[in-house]
Ligand binder design. Structure first.
Ligand SMILES: Nc1ncnc2c1ncn2[C@@H]1O[C@H](COP(=O)(O)OP(=O)(O)OP(=O)(O)O)[C@@H](O)[C@H]1O
Length: 279
């Protein structure tokens, strides 16, 4: 993986941020021997510290792309470059849709999992996990098990677990899709607050155009299968963002509408593909 080193003014090597953090050139994914192409020539640079959102119809290859970026799957052609800024930190953490907590571990142990896997000293684990659980209002639930929490609380623990591990990149695959609207709104506010304080590189997948515009700096709209980059748009709203205020702005509605116009065609194509048995 690429890492840029320069000499600092004491003559010691210093790692400097390399941008983009993720660089994709012609990334293509073919599954099996049938020749089924899930992703076709995705080319995009994602700068360090950007909240990058991917929207697209069901089956367009969003999860496949995320898994390739996270190193959980291979691509068939093209190039993926992950530029590191700090070799001591983990490259990435993932937050998935639904439950990804270990049911046999308490909230504290779940949140501490990544740090303990990296053999971080226990005193530091306690400090870090405590400060994150306090920040998200879950410290008093630290001894509870996931089954004793609501769905929204479980997703908050997943967020704490990912942020506490301090990865360079956070991959989020529809993390809020199983939540009701009220919990979703609260989680959007919490994620914005945490992300705006840490400015991690995030790659976030969603079906929700509202979620994309509320959270993202930049949005890639994907085509129906085979998944290609149809459009990449900047989200011009300043930060920190207040979710409710943002959603009242005419410019917010205009952007949501514009994205929907582009997406609608792809959703219809995805439906036709599914009805034709291709997806
Ligand atoms: N391991 C696999 N083997 C064969 N085909 C696969 C495999 N994984 C995914 N696919 C196919 O690749 C396409 C893209 O799947 P993927 O899960 O990435 O889509 P998605 O955009 O994340 O969908 P959704 O929004 O419904 O979660 C789909 O047609 C899917 O059936």
């Amino acid at each position: 993986m690429a890492m840029t080193s320069v000499l600092n003014n004491q003559g010691r090597p210093e790692v400097v941020p390399s941008t983009p953090q993720l660089s994709l050139a012609g990334v293509t994914k073919q599954f099996g021997t049938s020749g089924f192409v899930a992703l076709d020539g995705i080319t995009i640079d994602i700068p360090q510290g950007q909240f990058f959102v991917i929207v697209g119809p069901s089956g367009c290859g969003k999860t496949t792309l995320l898994r390739i970026l996270a190193g959980l799957d291979t691509h068939s052609a093209g190039k993926v470059v992950v530029n590191r800024t700090d070799e001591k930190r983990p490259v990435n953490s993932m937050i998935f849709q639904g439950d990804s907590l270990f049911p046999w571990m308490t909230v504290f142990d779940n949140a501490a999992y990544g740090l303990r896997m990296r053999h971080v000293p226990e005193a530091q684990v306690t400090d870090t996990v405590r400060s994150w659980l306090e920040r998200i209002g879950l410290w008093r639930f630290r001894d509870r098990y996931p089954s004793q929490l609501s769905g929204g609380m479980r997703q908050r623990v997943s967020i704490v677990r990912a942020f506490a591990n301090d990865p360079e990149i956070l991959f989020m695959d529809e993390p809020f899709s199983a939540l009701d609207e009220q919990n979703k709104l609260l989680l959007h506010e919490e994620l914005l607050r945490i992300w705006e304080a840490t400015k991690k590189t995030v790659v976030f997948i969603t079906h929700s155009v509202d979620e994309a515009v509320t959270l993202g700096d930049r949005i890639m709209i994907m085509t129906a299968n085979p998944g290609r980059a149809k459009a990449v748009l900047d989200v011009p709203f300043p930060r920190p963002r207040n979710v409710l205020e943002l959603r009242q702005k005419p410019a917010y509605g205009d952007l949501v509408f514009h994205i929907w116009e582009q997406l609608r065609e792809e959703v219809q194509r995805a439906r036709q593909n599914a009805e034709g048995g291709r997806v």
